[in-house]
Design a protein around this ligand. Sequence first.
Ligand SMILES: [Zn+2]
Length: 398
Amino acid sequence: MKTSLNRSVLSLAIIVSFGATADNEYESIETYVGKPATEHTIAANNALAETLPWHDTSAFERSERGLIAAFGDHRVGELRNRMAHMDVENIRDDRPDTVNPSIWRQGQMNYASGGLYQVTDGVYQIRGADLSNMTIYRTDNGYLIHDPLLHDEVAEAAWNFAKEHLPAVNGEHKITGMIYSHTHADHFGGSRGILNTGDVVEDAPIIAPGDFIKEMADENIMLGNAMSRRGQYQYGQSLENDPTGIVDNALGMGFGKGAVTLVTPTTKIVEREETRVIDGLEVLFINMPGAEAPVEIVNYVPAYRSLNTAELTYDGQHNIYTFRGAKVRDSLAWSKYLTELKMRFVDSGLVDNIHSAHSAPVWNNPETEINEIGHYMEMQRDNYSCYITTPYALLTMA
Ligand SMILES: [Zn+2]
């Protein structure tokens, strides 16, 4: 691209170091080590474990489906290799006493993904390299990248890993465009890493929802320091990755390494819906603001019969009210968006799969009449429409 790096890249101080000292029995955060579970914790965890549907392994099967190449020793697998303590024989029998069983299961599900996967012919995902997924669509002369992870180093390594395993187009692996689904840093923070690969073609569009910069600044910069500090408490980011520290980050295994950057968008989706043709690939974008993020676009790719729900779906209950201080999400609007997507794309038979920026895709099985994607969308919708009845319920899901 001709765009100069200095002008177009904005480094964001979203994640700040945490140097606080602690009192009482913890001499300092640097020397703190986790403690064994107390009898009370063990009893509470055991009681909860009895209520969980351990027999339902469908999320694990989806996480492993379509594997093209596992990370192995490639540097893109740094996060997964850091989480090697999650590599157990049996998630139920090997559950540590110190870990809430539901969190442990979520961690195991996220750990199940670690490589380059095919969603369908023409749609691929890097999963397990960073907090989010990077989706890659094949276009006429190369590949279109959707959500380039959280960190530039990881994004660069992820694309280089993908290049080793995806077919060349006209003898090359060119990047013909980039999409940021919304304003949260795990969906654009690795953008400079993609630029650094040198594979982005001149005039490749960088697409984002309307008001992207304003809303991104609103959430990430203006509240940055305060929200980062609260985030440290919410997520315990200074703890070690082990069964007495951090075992998972819900949306993904955890954070990769590198700088959080932003290559500024070159074009925005401002209408409620816009169809763009990106290097020959038709993509329908739909703005669905004010739910999971202040501005957010989902996209449908007719050629691949594939719907990308951005972060409106994921294998879990999403934040509604976050302790770190992000804007409170409108769960009613969210549930309506999911109803619209289900009726318009899933129930009408326009899609064979849905995929998103976290967790594994969901497919319909052509050999059965069961609308598996539809059922998944209903469960997702009901997360936001039925269960949120009281302020207490909101708090328990933060
Ligand atoms: Zn995200």
